[in-house]
Design a protein around this ligand. Structure first.
Ligand code: IMP
Ligand code: MG
Length: 185
């Protein structure tokens, strides 16, 4: 068996494919409702690479015209103490001035990444900026961020699947699984 399919590293399924589907439906309905009378252009901004599967499922369920774009950011590792330590590796292709932006994230942990991104995108003159995240580890938050759409609040466990990786693996799992602690500790 090759490395990519070492499912013995996954301890348990935290959120099933069915539960994810239902939740993505609900979030898409809220978004459709919230923006249906707003004429400004709606743009989903996916944060690479973890949000890709969530974004592609979500956008097909939103019943409004929209565009999407991607950014890639990197933080200087887990020991950063300053939100300024986030770097943009790939920036947007389009201007967001006057547009309604929804940042689409896979998981919010400390909040450093998103608080940096919100400030950065605000300075570009968007009409509005909201955040949609599939997963939220709220007990781990260090920097406060206003999150408008949350799929699931989850405990402080290392999770993978539905776009989210451990060492680039497991993004293609259709469910959210917990990586066994002995694997990374
Ligand atoms: P933060 O909110 O700036 O601490 O960073 C959030 C990012 O950390 C997410 O977008 C993920 O890339 C990564 N991350 C946090 N928790 C996990 C996890 O359990 N599994 C995989 N990646 C994670
Ligand atoms: Mg991420």
């Amino acid at each position: 068996m090759d490395d990519i399919s070492r499912l013995d590293e996954i301890g348990e399924v935290l959120i099933s494919q069915k539960e994810i589907d239902k939740k993505v439906d609900e979030i898409a309905k809220s978004i459709t409702e919230q923006y249906k009378d707003d004429d400004a252009q709606l743009v989903l901004i996916g944060i690479l690479k973890g949000s890709v599967i969530f974004l592609t499922d979500l956008c097909r369920k939103i019943e409004l015209p929209l565009t999407f774009d991607f950014m890639s950011v990197s933080s200087y590792g887990d020991n950063t103490t300053s939100a300024g330590d986030v770097r943009i590796l790939k920036d947007l292709d389009q201007k967001i001035e006057g547009k309604n932006v929804i940042i689409v994230e896979d998981i919010i942990d400390t909040g450093y990444t998103l608080s940096y991104l919100v400030k950065n995108l605000q300075s570009r003159g968007a009409k509005s900026i909201r955040i949609a995240t599939l997963l939220n580890k709220k007990d781990r938050r260090i920097v406060d961020v206003d999150v408008d759409y949350i799929g699931f609040d989850i405990p402080d466990e290392f999770v993978v699947g539905y776009g989210i990786d451990y060492a680039q693996k497991y993004r293609n799992l259709p469910f959210i699984g917990i990586v066994k602690r002995e694997v990374y500790e």
